[in-house]
Design a protein around this ligand. Structure first.
Ligand code: NAD
Ligand code: UDP
Length: 343
């Protein structure tokens, strides 16, 4: 089957969310027609008009749930879909520990329904949002795709289970082509400041917390521990600009039409940054001082984690183009233009 930019739809589940919306922009700019399926559990419909302002085209939108088999069947009957980019899922680690059943039901059961509906419709190209969390506690760094997988919480388990399901599916039917993209730490926003990350309630993640402190929505950042065995004692991560990530999805989609089978790929920069380095980069990019205090470690946190990005470079002919300052500048631009997010 050929990838035909002008005619067929790409189904983007969870396309109203943070990463799905940025990827939709990149796909539309590349000439694809996007059909978003989202239940709006963690996103706002306003994102659709923002995408339209950026690309000049409103994505087709179906408000619905990936767990709804009948809804999926109707969707595949109505639209000619050539491939699916599957972002829909719940993603808060702490919440997944408190509500494991919801997480397994939404993420695993929902993905199963989606894959069954795709199979039924003969759609066998998939790009899946996996996560570096499938590696658990790293045994050595940088993390390559061959590192052992060991999820440490229900959220991570759902990603690992879905990867196993997809591996089995690809073994059972050689027509399937699946790219499982293991994201490191997505941050930043579209340079227009029209779309960005809009967490509900208190942000769990570092970058949205910093930018909400900068804009005056929160008093000060709490740095979770400065006694890790790292350069400055704070946790180290591999932050990746969401636009680089989105472009990685376009490259993975193209690659999915050139090959078959299951392929896991790290999407990260391969560069490590500590919490305090990110704070400094944000201050430099925004000119705003970020108040912070050192508090206890966050239970379950790992000390450091960064990617070996070479396989994605080789397989996708893609690599990250944007650095830490650009990530912070774009996060700040979005936050300044939308102090309360999409509201
Ligand atoms: P997000 O919450 O902003 O987007 C997810 C979207 O999926 C939301 O719009 C939500 O309403 C929708 N959704 C959830 N359950 C659904 C269901 N049952 N049916 C239909 N729609 C549903 O999250 P994001 O940051 O854009 O993440 C996208 C994907 O990437 C997720 O699968 C997440 O686990 C994965 N991921 C994210 C990160 C990160 O740090 N943001 C890191 C690694 C992996
Ligand atoms: N972090 C922090 N304060 C916060 C949020 C996060 O110090 O309010 C730290 C966290 O301990 C980790 C890093 O920032 O070392 C990245 O955390 P995030 O939750 O963004 O990503 P993850 O831990 O899921 O990789």
């Amino acid at each position: 089957m050929k990838l035909n930019p002008s005619k067929d739809f790409l189904l983007v589940t969870g396309g109203c969310g943070y990463i799905g919306s940025h990827t939709t922009v990149v796909l539309q700019k590349a000439g694809f027609q996007v059909l978003i399926l989202d239940n709006l559990k963690n996103s706002k419909p306003k994102v659709l008009s923002r995408i339209q302002e950026i690309t000049g085209q409103r994505p087709e939108f179906v408000e619905g749930d990936i767990r709804d088999a009948k809804g999926l069947e109707a969707l595949f009957q109505k639209y000619r879909v050539s491939a699916c980019l599957h972002f829909a899922g719940l993603k808060a680690v702490g919440e997944s520990v408190e509500q494991p059943l919801n997480y397994y039901e939404n993420n695993v059961q929902g993905s199963l329904q989606l894959f069954k509906a795709m199979k039924e419709a003969g759609v066998k190209r998939l790009v899946f949002s996996s996560s570096a969390t499938v590696y658990g506690q790293p045994k050595s760094l940088p993390l390559s795709e061959s590192a052992s997988r060991q999820a440490e919480n229900p959220y991570g388990q759902t990603k690992l289970m879905i990867e196993h399901i997809l591996e089995d599916l690809c073994r059972s039917d050689l027509d399937w082509s699946v790219m499982s993209l293991r994201y490191f730490n997505p941050v930043g926003a579209h340079p227009s400041g029209m779309i960005g990350e809009d967490p509900l309630g208190i942000p769990n993640n570092l970058m949205p917390y910093i930018s909400q402190v900068a804009v005056g929505r929160r008093k000060k950042l709490q740095v979770f521990g400065n006694d890790y065995p790292t350069s400055d004692g704070t946790g180290i991560r591999d932050y990746i600009h969401v636009m680089d990530l989105a472009e990685g999805h376009l490259a993975a989609l193209r690659a999915a039409f050139e090959s078959t089978g299951f392929q896991a790929l790290n999407l990260g920069t391969g560069k490590a940054a500590s919490v305090l380095e990110l704070v400094q980069a944000f201050e430099q990019a925004s000119g705003v001082k970020i108040d912070y205090e050192i508090v206890q470690r966050r239970p379950g946190d790992i000390a450091e984690c960064w990617a070996d990005p070479r396989l994605a470079r080789e397989k996708l002919n893609w690599s990250c183009q944007r650095g830490l300052i650009e990530m912070c500048a774009d996060s700040w631009n979005w936050q300044q233009k939308n102090p309360q997010g999409y509201d």
